[in-house]
Design a protein around this ligand. Structure first.
Ligand SMILES: NC(=O)c1ccc[n+]([C@@H]2O[C@H](COP(=O)([O-])OP(=O)(O)OC[C@H]3O[C@@H](n4cnc5c(N)ncnc54)[C@H](OP(=O)(O)O)[C@@H]3O)[C@@H](O)[C@H]2O)c1
Length: 259
């Protein structure tokens, strides 16, 4: 399918690995030029080269912590007028909520709620003026369903979801959409890290823990960053202009609801 966004410009935050990288590749395949972001410069440069080679689009890597005002300014300086913004970031570490100090709570809220809102503030008026804009926030299944140890992530992301729900309606008539993509279990470094910790705590192998986790999913497998990216690219396409303010689960059927 031609997504109709060839020649558009995207900022994809936190995209040197994992889900963000999957989104960047899919947008690149659709002909969108990219600002790629991550903190580790060598990983970022390698991913930028991989996507340039695979898609032929212009890829500008910006090594910066997207949670900081300086990091955001550097990313926006590389592309002040994006047509597409993919909000992504690291997630807070797994932790019992009793162990969360005030500073850790504020960091979590900054990463997963304040940062995407700040970036939306910076880009939305230009998108509205040009009558095209697509914003996708990568959040989590934990917005809909508690996940032990991820309460801070759930709270911050639910706050973001509620915050943007109203904003999405104010720009819908300008062909600017804001949607949230909620991953369940996706096979990325982050998931592998949590499987390693679970394996250490249970004296099972990482493979055994991974198989048990995947067996909980009706699809009986983890999702891939590539399929996540393709869904994100569709939400950014010309065909998705009537989808806004939605939270779209990608979880292989894990969340057991009728609606
Ligand atoms: N994978 C899943 O199953 C799953 C499920 C639910 C929710 N999520 C959420 O989805 C998001 C992406 O997850 P993932 O699995 O793709 O993680 P990942 O494999 O660990 O990749 C994270 C990416 O974000 C970059 N990054 C992290 N912190 C950053 C920062 N402060 N500034 C700029 N870049 C940063 C990392 O690069 P550097 O480390 O070099 O900065 C890397 O490119 C996370 O918020 C995660 O909690 C994931």
């Amino acid at each position: 399918m031609d997504l109709g966004i060839k020649g558009r410009k995207a900022i994809v935050c936190a995209s040197s690995r994992g889900l963000g990288k999957g989104c960047a590749i899919a947008l690149g395949q659709a002909g969108v030029s990219l600002v790629l972001n991550g903190r580790d410069r060598s990983t970022l440069e390698a991913t930028a080269e991989e996507i340039r080679h695979a898609t032929g689009v212009t890829v500008t890597p910006i090594a910066a912590d997207i949670s900081t005002p300086e990091g955001q300014a550097t990313v926006l300086a590389a592309c002040p007028d994006p047509d597409i913004l993919i909000n992504n970031n690291g997630g807070p570490p797994l932790r019992d909520f009793r162990q969360l100090e005030r500073a850790a709570m504020l960091d979590g809220v900054t990463m997963n709620m304040v940062t995407p809102i700040e970036l939306i503030q910076r880009v939305i008026d230009r998108m509205s003026a040009q009558r095209f804009g697509r914003i996708v926030n990568i959040t989590s299944i934990s917005v809909k369903m508690p996940v032990a140890g991820l309460d801070l992530s759930s709270g911050a992301r639910a706050g973001l979801t509620a915050f943007v729900a109203g904003i999405a309606r104010t720009v819908a008539d300008r062909n600017v959409t804001i949607n949230n993509l909620l991953p369940g279990y996706f096979d990325t470094d982050r998931l592998r890290g949590s499987l390693r910790v679970a394996a250490q705590n249970s004296s099972s192998s990482e493979e055994a823990v991974a198989a048990q986790r995947a067996a909980l999913v009706p699809a009986k497998r983890f999702g891939s960053a590539a399929e996540f990216g393709q869904t994100c690219a569709f939400l950014c396409s010309v065909h998705a202009g009537y989808i806004t303010g939605q939270s779209i689960l990608m979880d292989g059927g894990l969340y057991p609801s009728t609606f």
